[in-house]
Design a binder for this molecule. Structure first.
Ligand code: 3PG
Length: 214
């Protein structure tokens, strides 16, 4: 799958809901109830970061939850992309991009949402065919002001900003013409997961879902 087709697929995913939850799952028993809560709250696109021992198992479990569109996050290279694909991930998210990662996702037919933080990185991704990308880390690199500035010369780039976004500032990002959705961990706080408070997570998802700009 070419980078252009990958970008087409990730843009469609980004347009399904205003927020992609960025998930760090420590206990595989959390995977299914967490996915059900988020999907139930209106957030079907889920990014499971490959930062924990059970992340791949969680992806396999969550991929079977009706309505869930499960991808892997923190995909740093070909090996991660292969493991994510084998576990059932249907897309990959990376904080950046490397030639090896792009080649692997292209060979695996795994749509990649690659990360960029500067105009040159955005231009590099556009040159390869990626029009949809993650701005990372969105807050520290300039937030909505940076996205507004990038939109002038690079209006063809569409972003999922992630990093430092919460319910209080997501609206400022979502109002921008070059933002399709935002990513964030705030919808699945660690204490709520540890307590098995899936109703609280579903309520956070509902609030996040309502952030969509009409
Ligand atoms: C991450 O690095 O974990 C993601 O970008 C999410 O960042 P956040 O915790 O600031 O939402």
């Amino acid at each position: 799958m070419t980078p252009a087709l990958q970008s087409h697929a990730t843009l469609a995913l980004c347009r399904l809901a205003p927020v992609i939850p960025v998930l760090v799952i420590e206990d595989p028993a959390h995977a299914v109830p967490l996915a059900r809560a988020l999907v139930g709250g209106g957030l079907p696109v889920l990014e499971v970061t490959l930062r924990t021992d059970c992340a791949l198992e969680a992806i396999s479990l969550m991929a079977r939850v009706p309505g869930a569109r499960v991808g892997a996050g923190t995909v740093l290279g070909a090996h991660d992309a292969e493991r994510a694909r084998a576990a059932g991930a249907t897309f990959a998210v990376s904080p950046g991009s490397t030639p090896g990662l792009v080649a692997a996702c292209t060979a695996l037919d795994l749509p990649l949402l690659p990360g960029a933080a500067t105009a040159s990185e955005v231009m590099g991704l556009l040159e390869q065919g990626y029009r949809t990308m993650k701005l990372f880390p969105a807050g520290p690199v300039g937030g909505p002001d940076l996205l507004k500035a990038l939109h002038g010369p690079l209006p063809q780039a569409i972003f999922c900003p992630t990093g430092g976004i919460g319910v209080q500032n997501a609206g400022a990002y979502l109002a921008l013409p070059n933002v399709a959705c935002v990513g964030g961990s705030w919808v699945a706080p660690k204490p709520a997961m540890a307590a098995g408070d899936w109703a609280a997570i579903e309520a956070l998802a509902r609030t996040a879902c309502a952030l969509r700009v009409p």
